[in-house]
Design a protein around this ligand. Structure first.
Ligand code: EPU
Length: 430
């Protein structure tokens, strides 16, 4: 298995282009199942998770084409891809495919809405928690679906004539359940109201894509979405938004190493709560026409307390990276993870750098130290892995990050982007 080797201590200076958001690209690709016309997505990141979802969609019968580079296009911009689900030949999403990536469970929404049936493997738990699907099943039942669990599969059938609109109030905010119900309701008969819906920028990206495909949705960007079902959806061309988690990750890396970095194409309004917290740590943030500038010139890092929350709160997907930053702060920081019950897998690894962290239930207490020391580390999920990379960038000496396939799931050209800004980082073939 490949590893990443890095020598810490260099400041980051230069420009980093922000890629398309993984967590928007995945549901946008899934939305292609709703129509027999082509859905063209622009700025799709080159990631292992995107490849994995391509396999799943191909199994349902989706034709996928990647377009070549266009004249005048900058090197490294996201892919332009066409998804054509002219004929869905199989409404089963098998265990072998779904168990590799949880978001693939979301195909249940469009399959059920368009084909009136779906058989989708339960995704199972993962490194960050049990991650149940009760909210999906509750919502789909409200739309009239009959649901059975059989041999590890959710077997769902729409009533005669298809799904019917309903008033659904989620007892808890869920990104995946909101995506899934939004897609299903777009092709249901009548009006659906989704209350206590997620309002992450990725939800807005998908809702706007559905509108471009002919869906009737109001309340986009708020906690209540109202969907008036239509009989059919058509093709569209849609841009994937820039990745706010990648943006926040590089901002924290620059805060940790010092230096001056322009995050090209970043949309600061998509991670305002994280930027507010970063500013409190003593980092200068400037919004420029081409993106977001992050600057720290040798001043210390102040400790700040943080609690993760659904958007617009501080994202759980930046919790590990923020913790890495706090390990070098001048005080004590309390971090509370409220979204996932087991998202502290990086703590034991950060401690290998010499960090002082203790965990009690949902709360981690980080006592800052002036300097981390390089170490051999490995992580069991994507965001935890990248927190180890940014800790290594600031640590003294050599760091080896093992098991980096997690990084390839969600960060495009990570070593390349960092080394162009002065980091000493390389991939070592396993
Ligand atoms: N939950 C339930 N029942 C459900 C669904 C969710 O109890 O039926 C719980 C979850 O167990 C969790 C909470 O609700 O405790 C929130 O989970 P949510 O459904 O919002 O998460 P998700 O849709 O599975 C997406 C992202 C995650 C991100 C979370 C929270 C994608 C592909 N994944 O997951 O991203 O952490 O929202 O913002 O969009 C990552 O990119 O590394 C990642 C894990």
């Amino acid at each position: 298995m490949d590893r990443i080797r890095l020598i810490g201590g260099n400041e980051l200076n230069g420009e980093i282009p922000i890629s398309g958001a993984k967590n928007a690209a995945l549901p946008l690709m899934i939305a292609s199942l709703l129509t027999d016309e082509p859905l063209v997505l622009q700025n799709v990141p080159r990631l292992a998770d995107v490849k994995q979802l391509e396999r799943i969609l191909e199994n349902h019968g989706v034709d996928i084409a990647v377009h070549g580079r266009r004249r005048g296009e900058e090197e490294g911009v996201g892919q332009r891809m066409t998804f054509l689900a002219a004929d869905i030949v199989d409404t089963t999403a098998p265990y072998e495919l779904v168990s590799k990536m949880r978001a693939s469970f979301w195909v249940i929404g469009p399959l059920l809405a368009r084909c009136h049936e779906a058989r989708v493997s339960l995704p199972g738990g993962c490194a960050i928690g049990t991650r149940p699907v009760d909210l999906f099943l509750y919502g789909l039942k409200e739309l009239g679906a009959e649901i059975d669990i059989d041999d590890g599969y959710v077997v769902a059938k729409a009533p005669k004539g298809g799904l019917v609109g309903a008033h659904i109030r989620f007892p808890k905010v869920s990104v995946g359940a909101t995506h899934t119900l939004l897609m299903a309701a777009s092709l249901a008969r009548g009006t659906t109201v989704l209350e206590n819906a997620a309002q992450e920028p990725e939800i807005t990206n998908v809702a706007e894509c559905l509108v471009a495909m002919g869906a009737k949705i109001s309340g986009i960007g708020t906690r209540t979405l109202t969907i008036e079902g239509v009989e059919r959806l058509h093709g569209a061309t849609v841009d994937v938004i820039p990745d706010r988690i990648e943006t926040g990750t590089f901002a924290m890396a620059a805060a940790m190493t010092g230096g001056n970095v322009l995050l090209k194409g970043a949309r600061p309004e998509h991670l305002q709560s994280a930027l507010d917290i970063l500013a409190m740590t003593g980092v200068d943030l400037t919004v420029e026409p081409r993106g977001l500038r992050v600057h720290r010139n040798g001043n210390g890092i102040q400790s700040v307390d943080v609690e993760t929350d659904p958007f617009p709160g501080f994202p759980t997907d930046l919790q590990a990276q923020f913790m890495a930053l706090m390990t070098m702060s001048s005080g004590t920081s309390h971090i509370r993870e409220t979204i996932f019950e087991n998202r502290y897998m990086h703590v034991a690894e950060l401690v290998r750098f010499g960090a002082d962290i203790t965990v009690d239930g949902q709360m981690a207490t980080v006592r800052g130290k002036p300097q981390l020391k390089g170490a051999q580390v490995m992580a069991t999920d994507l965001r935890a892995s990248v927190s180890l990379v940014i800790a290594g960038l600031a640590a003294k000496g050599e760091t080896i990050v093992n098991r980096i396939y997690h990084l390839d799931r969600g960060f495009e050209r990570l070593e390349d982007k960092l080394s162009r800004c002065g980091a000493e980082i390389e991939r070592v073939a396993g």
